[in-house]
Design a protein around this ligand. Structure first.
Ligand SMILES: [Zn+2]
Length: 234
């Protein structure tokens, strides 16, 4: 399991009372060019507790805060007419969400629950998650600080650099061209050049830095999918 210290709560931003399944969310997120559902857990209208993305995989649910978090979504978040943000959690959903949070807290070193709206200018999840759940983490939340997703660039070293080099090598294999890099954990000049070649090939900003867009584009490339920007134009 990867290291996690925080749970981020979301809503599906769908009208009150409308059921939503995991496969629907999965389809929405694939349409955005992701590899599948970005949340790890889904709480249905009747209090169902479903599995989304595997917990040991980094999610795609809160920009800049995915690497050390678990994303949970409840179905709902809008008024019945779909116009306004609203805390639409049913009694069963509140109970299931609380059980889910306690389970995850006890399985992992979770220190805090936050709402998506604490990190982005959004209403999601349409209630104050910190205020409601802070009491679950007494004694654990003291030295909490959010882990920011690391951007890689020349001069960086470490495990995430090693993983990125592996990806670049895999990309060469997938595209049938010669593998230039060798395994390592240093983001040196060669890795920077190879990153720029990859970015140019995929039509994204070729700055040699690896952030969310470049990671996402690599995920698509290794799955044999077209560049995301090409999709938008089509
Ligand atoms: Zn959200």
């Amino acid at each position: 399991m990867r290291a996690v210290n925080e749970i981020i709560v979301h809503c599906t931003a769908t009208p009150e009372g409308r059921p939503v399944t995991v496969s629907e969310i999965d389809a929405w997120h694939r349409a955005r060019g992701w590899s599948g559902i970005g949340y790890h857990r889904v709480v249905g209208l009747l209090g169902e507790r479903w599995q989304g993305r595997a917990l040991d995989k980094i999610g795609a649910h809160c920009e800049g805060h995915n690497s050390a978090t678990i994303g949970i979504v409840y179905v709902g978040g809008l008024t019945r007419d779909g116009r306004d943000a609203k805390d639409t959690r049913t009694t069963a959903q509140r109970k299931a969400l609380l059980e889910e949070l306690i389970d995850l807290r006890d399985r992992f070193k979770i220190q805090k629950v936050s709402g998506h709206n604490e990190y982005a200018n959004k209403a999601c999840p349409c209630f104050n998650a910190s205020a409601e759940y802070d009491h679950l983490f007494e004694g654990r939340s003291k030295d909490f600080y959010p882990v920011l997703d690391r951007v890689l660039f020349r001069g960086r070293t470490g495990n995430d650099v090693a993983i990125w080099i592996d990806r670049l090598m895999d990309w060469r294999k997938v595209t049938g061209s010669n593998v230039i890099l060798r395994p390592g954990n240093v983001f040196d000049h060669d890795v920077e050049m190879e990153t720029i070649i990859f970015q140019k090939a995929r039509g994204i900003v070729a700055d040699g830095k690896v952030g969310p867009q470049t990671y996402g584009e690599m995920e698509r490339a290794l799955l044999g999918q077209k560049p995301y920007l090409a999709l938008e134009v089509a």
